[in-house]
Design a protein around this ligand. Sequence first.
Ligand code: ADP
Length: 332
Amino acid sequence: MTTAAPDPDDKAIEAALRPKNLDDFVGQKRVREQLSLVLEASRLRGRSADHVLLSGPPGLGKTTLSMIIAAEMNAPLRISSGPAIQHAGDLAAILSSLTEGEVLFLDEIHRMSRPAEEMLYMAMEDFRVDIVVGKGAGATAIPLDLPPFTLVGATTRAGLLPGPLRDRFGFTGHLEFYSTAELELVLRRSAMLMDMKVNSAGFAEVAGRSRGTPRIANRLLRRVRDWALVHGIDQIDARSAGAALDMYEVDERGLDRLDRAVLHALVTKFGGGPVGLSTLAIAVGEEPETVETVAEPYLVREGLLGRTPRGRIATRAAWEHLGLKMPDAAAQ
Ligand code: ADP
């Protein structure tokens, strides 16, 4: 079993742990302040808020923020995602059913098809779409006015978005990894909601292994809760939290199985690199996008992996973390 194993209970708990307003949203001070201003200004104008683009690695709070935006604007929220919109018609169906002021959240917006993306340009700018009826020479475009709405787009990397789409967002917020202190706050709130007793050192231990990511912090806390329940432990401290997380193969630095597999492949199969992303992904049996968006940002941030024009490389710290000596040739 891995930490990623789904638990039907987990989904419900995850939903319950989501902060419901900006005040409960921990960290990301700049984005929070800027967003709060955007929302306040649109409230004062009595208009729907400008379109918002949120970028950052998975689990940092993009979906949560879209829910908060809708709640703060007192508006309904519609959730969809780039991969779910393969045809312009899919997007037209969503857009034409929006109500005035509604917030439309499009996760992984960079994965939308090209024709849908072009339809979105016009919808964002002019609140209008052209619905094409018929095919070939007989096709006609019927213009359809849309009610004003707020698009909240989420992407793991803003750079993946074509310029014309990026430019149509009135506000872009980049979510950063959370500090350990911020994650401790997230964990304290979650533990209270889950009725768990954890001391300060226990929180610090879980936060330190959470890769700067609230979703992971909450997930690890649930695993610690399971472990404590089975072991009959009432008050969780650093030792019990550490023992629980060791069992789930989350190491003291927060690296999980995929992270270690990536580093291990890089070091043992490719002599520390450089190696191309797709080759590396094949070596660990994952999609390149998973390696790039899930494992790499944290490994880069921890100084364990480097991205060079010639490919990925393992740093000296990576070799050390795996308990291996970096050969002199790899250090060149
Ligand atoms: P993303 O959409 O970026 O992948 P989510 O918004 O789904 O991330 O967040 C994942 C989980 O992490 C949520 O269930 C929420 O409980 C928690 N979370 C995210 N950001 C915060 C935050 N700033 N404060 C508290 N909890 C957070």
